[in-house]
Design a protein around this ligand. Sequence first.
Ligand SMILES: [Zn+2]
Length: 258
Amino acid sequence: MHPRCRSTTIEALSPELMKKLERRARDPETGELRTVPADMTYREWYGKYVGGGELTGGGESGIIKPITIEAINECASDEVLSKECKTTIYETLKSQGTLRDYDEVKIVRIPPDKDGRIEVLRTNAESSPGYPKVTLEINEAALGGMSKEIVDEMFRLDNYTAAMSLEEAIIHECGHAKVLRGKTYAQYEAEDEILKGDAFTNPIKGREDKKSLKDLAGKVSEYAQKDGMECIAECHVIISRGGSIPSDLKALYDKYIS
Ligand SMILES: [Zn+2]
């Protein structure tokens, strides 16, 4: 479905150039306009000017906005991405509380990988000296022109992932977005490295049966066994559906998503 969920893209503008540019932002307390560095992301701005409280006030108070239904409607024509799929994407991001975790939703075209598997959705965290720009990418090659009914059927028939519908495939992506929340790109990369390695494949300390997190992930889905980050996103699907997962996986999940 999305074997390279967290792959990165090349920035068109160099970080050196971005540092020299400034853009306008509104101070959340005084309402005054001020300039911020152009390479400052929403999360950096939030951390600096708003602090650790609840995310309130809405996008209308500044340049940085949560994902809107209009933005999703505009990312592709209804022929390319059906109206119902667009609405489902928006409503699921909303119900997951992740409209602000994404900086952008966009249509991309990703061909099938060497195993013939096609990614439907992808949460792309762009490499950055600070906080990453997080984009929800929708693969036109997978969803282009399809009704939601067909898309749901596709997920129902595919047993590789835990997702049984478009909603749940988006919930998987929201799992990634929630892990990314509040982390700099460097912090996220460091966690990702750990979860790709021994921490995932070595036997869990204290377990009589010497099982690893990867072994336990097999109870969630085949895809959950790929690496720790995918396991967490797959667990997020099961938990959001009200299902249960092995306690060692729940501990991993709770460490990254709360
Ligand atoms: Zn994923």
